[in-house]
Write a protein that binds this ligand. Structure first.
Ligand code: F6R
Ligand code: MG
Ligand code: MG
Length: 383
């Protein structure tokens, strides 16, 4: 069995929240190399998207292994020291606690892991998002594993025809449900069409029971109880044979669907598929973006990466994303470009309400109390 662990964190931006300084990647690589030499890791690749560092690791220690998570934590800490010495922006922002206690889950970093029986040939794609949240994967995962208009294999390949099982998490209530496509497709959509609440955590082959895809569902704002940066997501997808083909896995990203995130984690915008070279955010701190790195796994070694969106086939998606970005930006501070009140990462509204409470009147002219004025704002953090 081989475990693929992708652990990511924003530990400081260069410049602002736009990109990663190469010295951070180098610091992380040194720790990864130490882990490989000590035999904790079989292989690793240090990647990035926007202002996030992504550690892609292989090993035989299973999911949630304290040594592997400890190594990732150490890599982020070492890189944070470098970020601090360069006064990079938000140095160490995703490392929410001072001491590591066996597992990075709930400590700030995002995690996607799968343990697999390596096939005769094992192609995988690691997707890394920036300026958005894990719900951004709901639409592409549905299209890859349940939509016959995207994945021809669901109809015409005997190995895919039985469909896939979706593990959906309610991230507010910490509950999960397993639903099968195609029979329960409408039930699946009823949940995952609300991606801020329900995230697809994993997908399994119904023919073999094997894991097909896994995503990170950490939500930094829920973990930290306050805004500490958008929980930019990662996911791992297995391809070919009993799973959708590489081209079927990439196909949904030709449509730059709207996702929450972007400027101040408080705006809807199109997710743009980009190459590593284009992974730096720019316009209005975005738009939200996704990088796809392809690997063949060979006895746990990562043969790659191949930069899958570095291809003219995604030029039209990028162009469409720019057009949608123009259109959305013209709404300025209005919904649905700006997120609804409960979903914004930043807000001044409680302060404004407090300041203007004495001027808030009933429609018959009676002045409301501060408490009444605040109660009028649902689910806002009013401290
Ligand atoms: C969004 C993001 C950025 C920042 C923005 C303001 O996920 O990281 O858009 O929210 O640049 O950042 P601060 O408040 O750190 O100046
Ligand atoms: Mg940042
Ligand atoms: Mg980021």
């Amino acid at each position: 069995m081989v475990t693929i662990s992708v652990i990511k964190a924003d530990i400081g931006g260069w410049v602002g929240h736009s990109g990663v300084h190469p010295d951070l990647l180098e610091a992380a690589r040194e720790v990864m190399e130490k882990g490989r030499k000590q035999g904790v890791l079989l292989d690793y690749h240090v990647a990035y998207c926007g202002d996030d560092v992504n550690l892609i690791m292989t090993h035989t220690r299973g999911n949630e292994d304290p040594e592997v998570h400890g190594l990732a934590w150490e890599a982020f800490q070492k890189a944070t020291e470098v970020a601090k010495s360069l006064k990079l922006y938000g140095a160490g922002q995703d490392l929410l606690v001072d001491a590591f206690s066996g597992n990075v889950r709930g400590m700030g970093p995002g995690v996607a892991e799968m343990t697999i029986e390596e096939r005769k040939s094992e192609p995988i794609i690691v997707f890394m998002g920036d300026k958005t949240s894990p719900g951004a994967w709901n639409l592409p995962l549905f299209r890859i594993f349940a939509d016959p208009f995207n994945t021809a294999g669901l109809v015409i390949a005997p190995s895919l025809h039985k469909g896939f099982r979706f593990e959906i998490h309610d991230i507010q209530e910490s509950k999960r449900i397993f639903l099968d496509a195609p029979e329960e497709m409408y039930d699946i959509l009823a949940f995952i069409g609300a991606p801020e609440r329900y995230n697809i955590k994993a997908v399994y082959s119904r023919a073999t029971g094997e894991i097909a895809a896994v995503s990170s569902t950490e939500r930094l704002s829920l973990v930290a109880g306050r805004y500490v940066g958008k929980d930019d997501p990662v996911m791992i997808v297995r391809c070919q044979s009993q799973f959708p083909a590489v081209g079927e896995v990439l196909e949904p990203f030709t449509f730059p669907h709207l996702v929450p995130g972007w400027m101040r984690g408080s705006h809807m915008g199109p997710i743009m598929p980009v190459s590593l070279e284009q992974a730096r955010t720019a316009r209005f701190d975005g738009p939200p973006r996704v990088v796809a790195l392809g690997f063949q796994i060979s006895d746990g070694r990562l043969i790659g990466p191949v930069d899958m969106f570095d291809n003219p086939a995604f030029d039209e998606a990028r162009r469409m994303a720019n057009q949608v970005a123009d259109y959305m930006r013209r709404h300025g501070p209005f919904e649905p470009h700006r997120l609804p009140l409960e979903e914004m990462e930043y807000t001044t509204l409680p302060d404004i309400l407090k300041r203007l409470a004495s001027r808030m009147e009933d429609l018959d002219g009676r002045t409301a109390t501060t408490e009444e004025a605040l109660r009028a704002m649902p689910e806002m953090d009013v401290d």
